[in-house]
Design a protein around this ligand. Sequence first.
Ligand code: ATP
Length: 298
Amino acid sequence: MENILSTVDISKSYGPLKALNNLTFEVPKCAIFGILGPNGSGKTTTLGILLDVLKQDSGQYTWFNNQADAHYRKRIGTLLETPNFYHYLSAYDNLKITQAISGRGNKNDIDTALETVRLQSRKNDKFSTYSLGMKQRLAVAAALLGNPEVLVLDEPTNGLDPVGIVEIRTLIKELGQQGKTIIMASHLLDEVEKVCTHFCILKQGNLLVNGPVKEILSNEDVIILRAKNLELLKQVLLSVTGYTLLKIENGFCEIHCIANAILPEDLNAHCYNSGVILTHLEVKKKSLEEKFFELTGN
Ligand code: ATP
């Protein structure tokens, strides 16, 4: 699949503090890519470097599969912090000013962007009368001026009430369905799971995982087994197919697998047929949160 963005070994320090450490990941075209990590993990620094606001100490990145020209930044719409809209002006007039400053797109783009974020019917109302969600939708509209192929959003739902959060998440998904590639930073696992197709996890500037959400956050089963001879049980379990991890822990054998990939009744029969009688058989569902905490070590 074509990549919109590739980074290789990007590192950045602020004095003695290593904010990013050899960051390497790729963003496929049309992905909604989440950069997930707790506060201070390096998300904003990453976005700053990718948008040429900050300079990395080492490493490289390429936009648009190495085919970026001098005007490639016009192909990327950004929302890094809420723009300073004028409270006493309408949405339409605010976007006119944004457009005059950025030089992105033409007059028609303002209506198209307002249509996309569903503010067209309120476009002549003053910004001060908008709800938090509407204000943030207007900020997304500003990023959409010039119809960029890529959107980069830093914590787009931060500070919003639950209604506003749903509005913005729905909007991001719709933009993704329309074929835009979206890169967004978030500290919320739930948000990434609900909105993103791909993601990476940052912890203290280190990349922990990277790939499709469905693959990495697929629910896992942990099947816990015991028999008199634990080593023999482990040997017998080695021939089972479909597990992701097999280990002995605290006097039990543990088999980890994608949810329902291995059924306990099949394991029971397999052990019995191999001459091992189980004295314990239990299935534990591993939640996404557990998986996330396991990955981040929090
Ligand atoms: P948050 O969600 O809180 O915005 P983040 O994941 O975006 O966090 P960054 O803002 O990229 O993380 O910060 C990464 C680390 O670099 C943090 O330890 C932060 O304190 C530090 N840092 C960021 N900017 C600077 C700076 N200008 N000078 C010194 N340290 C900085």
